[in-house]
Design a protein around this ligand. Structure first.
Ligand code: GLN
Length: 247
């Protein structure tokens, strides 16, 4: 039987990759290899879409305003059409913080500079004066994952507000989340998942990694992933939950 493949597309790895976001790529690739998949990485920096149609799961990491200013034009001019096509064909997207913001309508910096996004998700973001920094615990609304919590670390000035087409990824139990006002964190829209959770996110939330992969592979008839021993990952997850409860 032909070996199964999983292709991960990493958007702007040289510029949009802060607070350990690279750990998300390692988690997606390793968990596929542990399940005997051929795990492939395609780096999608500025100026290229080579291999983008083969991607099952896209990752778009965080970046400071400076890095976002360096990538938003390429996102609009080079990546947008191919990304829309990939998502329409069932690929999954995980976008964290700066990447999350640029998949929306726009990101406006604290100085009032507005970077147009590609509008893949119905969100808009405007930076506030106070940076939101610290551990985050989220009770998620995702139906098919256990545990129903997500943990991570946030560091952003952007306040993100969801429009009617986007649903929250969950509710903050601890931390600021999307905007520090409506108690939501992240967003889900079709196969796209946006979040403020750095940390990196997936090593401490293996259930979310599997959700992204399962969603993407459904189009190829792969609906079940072999179970893995996630004892260490879940122990790390529960340590942050316990720390939150002591606050
Ligand atoms: N520059 C954006 C903000 O401050 C994104 C930061 C990030 O990716 N951590 O909100």
């Amino acid at each position: 039987m032909a070996r199964k493949t999983l292709t991960v597309g990493w958007l702007y790895p040289d510029l949009m990759n802060i607070y350990g976001d690279r750990g998300n790529i390692l988690t997606l690739l390793k968990r596929a290899e542990w399940r005997d998949f051929d795990a492939r990485l395609i780096e999608l920096g500025r100026g290229t879409t080579e291999g983008i149609d083969d991607v099952d799961v896209f990752f778009f990491g965080g970046g400071q305003d400076r890095e976002q200013a360096l990538v938003y034009e390429d996102l609009l001019e080079t990546k947008q059409t191919a990304l829309e096509r990939a998502v329409a064909s069932g690929a999954s997207v995980l976008a964290v913080c700066g990447g999350y913001q640029l998949l929306g309508q726009y990101y406006q910096t604290g100085e009032g500079e507005r970077f147009p996004g590609i509008g893949l998700i119905d969100v808009r973001t405007e930076a506030g004066k106070q940076r939101f920094i610290g551990d985050v615990v989220v009770d998620t609304d995702l139906p098919d994952i256990q545990p129903q919590t997500l943990v991570g670390f946030e560091n952003h000035s952007g306040r993100t507000y969801l429009g009617p087409k986007a649903k929250p990824l969950g509710r903050v139990r601890m931390g600021f989340g999307n905007n520090g006002e409506d108690h939501t964190e992240g967003c889900i829209q079709g196969g796209i998942l946006g979040t403020y959770l750095h940390g990196s996110l997936l090593p401490k939330n293996p259930h979310l990694a599997d959700h992204l992969v399962t969603s993407a592979l459904a189009r190829r008839g792969i609906t079940e992933l072999a179970p893995l021993d996630d004892a260490a990952e879940i122990a790390a997850h529960e340590k942050i939950l316990a720390r939150a409860q002591r606050r």
